[in-house]
Design a protein around this ligand. Structure first.
Ligand code: SAH
Ligand code: SF4
Length: 339
């Protein structure tokens, strides 16, 4: 949906009071209504005019897939130019409702383990297109139960947030504004493959979101093999950017680390990782690999993940293992590829 100022202009031109804009935004953000017809407080002729001239959503849901356990829903959206993206709504055991947003229609970074990286039709999303994924998923949640709220938002869908920096930040500012969702930035996480200038810019934003850095290897050579972007932003420089970021903001940074069988999951890898992640302002999130069918990469066994975790803990690293949802509908991390 458009920012409130846009509605103000439209309403003035249509000879309507400004408070109608607040009514529209309240209906959308608080009640989860996503079509003007159902905003009954608006006069009928205004609803019709809005429908014609100011479409409420900048994207259209094309397809929805729900996982077998009913806890994950993946939505495929088409954008105004016909390109498509996916977003995911997840319900966790502890009652949290988390959503995963896309910020680009593909990704040029081509990490070897990620399906999004194989999509060639690439463009960055506008802030409105990112925001509208939330609008739509919020409406899905409210349709289940009007009292439910989105508790966490992660920028971990398709694309690299720091390759679309300004639109990502604009969408977050809009989500957090009390005019719209009034969402807490502390419940928002941006995940980056390690674009250093983005980390440096974020440190200056006064925006207390969580930063997650996709590390996946604690060794420059290995990292380059699985993440080509590591050549441009070497591990050592990345680590010092992360350190500066957490010192400047006082915020904890998490390292994401996909567990790849016989690639990055040995005792020696655990030692290397511990040596760079042993810091109270750092946290390691081990991610079980979600199969993408792309290449010969495979995930570490559960027992290996457990002992890797233990090895890190013994060295004093804050470490958790990510619960992955939606694997059966290709909605898990790295599986988003418009299927
Ligand atoms: N481009 C950003 C954000 C999107 S990817 C980034 O790379 O951080 C979100 C997360 O999913 C990243 O940590 C990414 O490394 C991880 N991921 C990608 N492919 C995966 C796969 N096949 N299995 C598990 N996690 C994967
Ligand atoms: Fe792009 Fe992130 Fe996928 Fe790498 S993991 S290709 S950076 S979306």
């Amino acid at each position: 949906m458009r920012p409130i100022e846009h509605y103000f202009r439209f309403l003035t031109d249509f000879g309507q009071p400004k408070y109608r804009a607040t009514q529209i935004i309240e209906a959308v953000c608080k009640k989860g209504i996503i079509d003007y017809d159902n905003i009954k407080v608006l006069p009928l002729n205004l609803r019709q005019e809005l429908k014609k001239k100011l479409p409420l959503l900048s994207l259209k849901p094309k397809k929805s897939v729900i996982s077998q356990d009913g806890k994950t829903e993946k939505i495929l959206f088409s954008l105004s130019d016909g390109l498509t993206i996916e977003a995911v709504l997840m319900e966790f055991e502890d009652g949290r409702h988390s959503i995963c947003l896309s910020c680009q229609t593909g990704c040029v970074l081509g990490c070897r383990f990620c399906a999004t990286g194989t999509l060639v039709k690439m463009r960055s999303l506008e802030a409105e297109e990112i925001f509208d994924q939330v609008v739509f998923l919020n409406s899905r949640l409210k349709a289940k139960d009007a009292s439910l709220e989105i508790t966490n938002i992660v920028y971990m869908g398709m694309g690299e947030p720091f390759n679309n920096y300004q639109n990502v930040i604009d969408s977050i500012r809009m989500l957090c504004s009390s005019k719209y969702f009034g969402f807490s930035p502390r419940r928002i996480t941006i995940s980056t493959a390690g674009i250093i200038p983005g980390i440096e810019r974020l440190a200056l934003e006064q925006l207390p979101v969580n930063l997650a850095v996709s590390l996946h290897a604690a060794d420059q050579q290995l990292r380059c093999q699985i993440m080509p972007i590591a050549k441009a932003y070497p591990l050592e420089s990345l680590l010092s950017a992360v350190k500066k970021y957490s010192q400047a903001t006082g915020r904890r940074v998490s390292f994401e680390y996909i567990m790849l069988k016989n690639v990055n999951d040995s005792e020696r890898d655990a030692e290397k990782l511990a040596s760079i992640a042993k810091d109270k302002l750092l946290h390691v999130n081990l991610i079980p690999y979600n199969d993408t069918g792309l290449n010969s990469l495979g995930g570490s066994d559960l027992s290996r993940i457990r002992s890797f975790k233990l090895a890190l803990q013994k060295k004093g690293v804050n470490v958790t293992v990510r619960t992955s949802l939606g694997g059966d509908i290709a909605a898990a991390c790295g599986q988003l590829a418009n299927i």
